[in-house]
Design a binder for this molecule. Structure first.
Ligand code: ADP
Length: 298
């Protein structure tokens, strides 16, 4: 192990608080509080708790929200009808369908039924296309939250070599698009990438979203690199309990220049960005321009 000082901690809570402050301030300028419709189906405990957390945070920053809780056995047509009604309702600014849906429901048509202008999860193909073409649109929450976290801590990705590990629709692909739009030179690595370490060692900025505990070890990181750990893995502690750990081995702190902790790094950014997206959707719905040119999330 080298004698470098331990990495700067890219802490999530202060960055999330700053984002929530901005959402709150911008929400207050609108003719009415932005309204977020939260749709969940069934009683999956994690989904119930996530949706409750989102509604609570929404209220804290002055947004209005409503939880549409549908029974487990809801038919696809009924869910589609609710999403279509919310899309058509001018009192609704943002729509979030909590995933995963019960196995009998196909999420793709549901995500397509969300008005792209209200798609605060940024998962509608129109928004995915806008992201990849560098056009204005709503951006997925975790990736946009990562960009806000980096910006908050003064990390610029412009002209940097960025490597993303993981190509999921939720994180890897969209964060690669955001990094590209922010003028990074981007490599997208995944399960089939041979010699992953050779690729990750090229990174000035390394984003890891592979869902594999401690996939990234110190030898895979360039000294001084900025490392963002999106992994949330539950590992047994040996005494019958579990703890959360990331996709990045803790010893990477001895090599990296800056590193996000797990928990307390990227995690808090996702909900904050969801509420910011709701404010952005409401601003556009009210045809208010964001405060200045270039302020919208590219
Ligand atoms: P998330 O939605 O949080 O990004 P997923 O589990 O859906 O997480 O993403 C898994 C992604 O990580 C896939 O794109 C996969 O190719 C990548 N991945 C998983 N394991 C490895 C690995 N050992 N090396 C490189 N990439 C990996």
């Amino acid at each position: 192990m080298t004698e470098r000082p331990a990495a700067q901690v890219l802490s999530g809570p202060p960055a999330a608080a700053a984002l929530l402050d901005e959402a709150s301030r911008r929400a207050a300028r609108l003719p009415r509080p932005p309204h977020l419709a939260l749709v969940r189906v069934g009683e999956d405990p994690a989904s119930v708790s996530y949706v409750r957390g989102k509604a609570k945070k929404a209220a804290e920053v002055g947004l209005s929200s409503h939880v549409h809780a549908l029974p487990e056995a809801t038919p696809q047509a009924e869910l589609l009808a609710l999403v279509a009604a919310l899309s058509a309702d001018p009192a609704v600014d943002g729509i979030l369908v909590q995933l995963p849906l019960p196995a009998h429901l196909d999420p793709e048509p549901v995500l397509r039924a969300v008005d792209p202008a209200k798609d605060v999860d940024g998962l509608h193909p129109a928004n995915t296309g806008a992201l990849w073409n560098g056009h204005e649109g709503l951006r997925p929450c975790t990736p946009a939250g990562i960009m806000a976290l980096l910006a908050h801590h003064g990390v610029s990705v412009r002209g940097q070599r960025a490597v993303v590990v993981g190509r999921s629709a939720l994180v890897g692909r969209p964060v690669a698009g955001l990094l590209l739009n922010a003028d990074a030179t981007v490599t997208l690595a995944h399960r089939a990438t041979p010699d992953l370490g050779a690729v990750t060692r090229e990174a000035d900025v390394l984003i890891v979203a592979a869902g594999q505990a401690h996939l990234i070890t110190p030898d895979m990181v360039r000294p001084g690199a900025t490392v963002v750990d999106v992994g949330i893995n539950r590992v047994p502690t040996g005494d019958g309990r579990e703890r959360l750990t990331g996709d990045v081995h803790p010893d990477v702190a001895q090599v990296a220049g800056a590193l996000t902790p797990v928990p307390g790094g990227v995690g808090p950014m996702t909900v904050a960005q969801l509420l910011m997206n709701t404010v952005i959707a409401a601003e556009r719905q009210h045809a208010l321009m964001p405060e200045g040119p270039g302020e919208h999330v590219r």
